[in-house]
Design a protein around this ligand. Structure first.
Ligand code: IDP
Ligand code: MG
Length: 141
């Protein structure tokens, strides 16, 4: 499989619950290279823009309130097949359905407050990486 990049977020619940270190250690242990990393807090408007694909969903208001409620850690992760690999490591969106050992099983608080985000396809990865990082802030080899 080809080297690929994906956008990972450690969401506000996981930051507030002090899981940054646990999650970053897992990222490294699973063989990703972190090529960019930054802590940031989204405004409500920025969260709405980031999740605009879900604007018509019933959970959009709750989701964007939550995502703007505190800081996130944004990361660009590089690996062979990084997009699927990171989504596998995160586990199912609903933490009650997430497999044992996945980040959402271990660290999520609820369906909405589910610890991590990951891009779901090459096009969304490209959009989401450039949403948070300038090319000059990404340190690939
Ligand atoms: P994903 O994060 O696994 O890609 P999406 O379907 O893209 O899942 O949804 C984005 C985020 O919206 C989820 O991670 C979760 O925080 C929230 N969310 C999705 N579906 C629901 C739901 O049915 N109830 C509550 N929150 C939801
Ligand atoms: Mg998604």
């Amino acid at each position: 499989m080809a080297q690929e990049r994906t956008l990972g977020l450690i969401k506000p619940d996981a930051v507030a619950n002090n899981h940054i270190g646990n999650i970053v250690k897992r990222v490294v242990d699973e063989g990703f290279t972190i090529v960019a990393l930054r802590m940031l807090r989204m405004s409500k408007a920025t969260a709405e823009q980031f999740y605009d694909v879900h604007a018509d969903k019933p959970f959009y208001g709750e989701l964007t309130d939550y995502m703007s409620s505190g800081p996130c850690v944004a990361m660009v992760l590089e690996a062979d097949g990084a997009i699927v690999k990171w989504r596998d490591l995160m586990g199912a969106t609903n933490p009650e359905k997430a497999a044992e050992g996945t980040l959402r099983k271990l660290y999520a608080e609820s369906f909405t407050m589910n610890a991590t985000h990951g891009s779901d396809a090459p096009e969304t990865a490209a959009r989401e990486i450039s949403f948070f990082f300038a090319t000059s802030e990404i340190f690939g080899r």
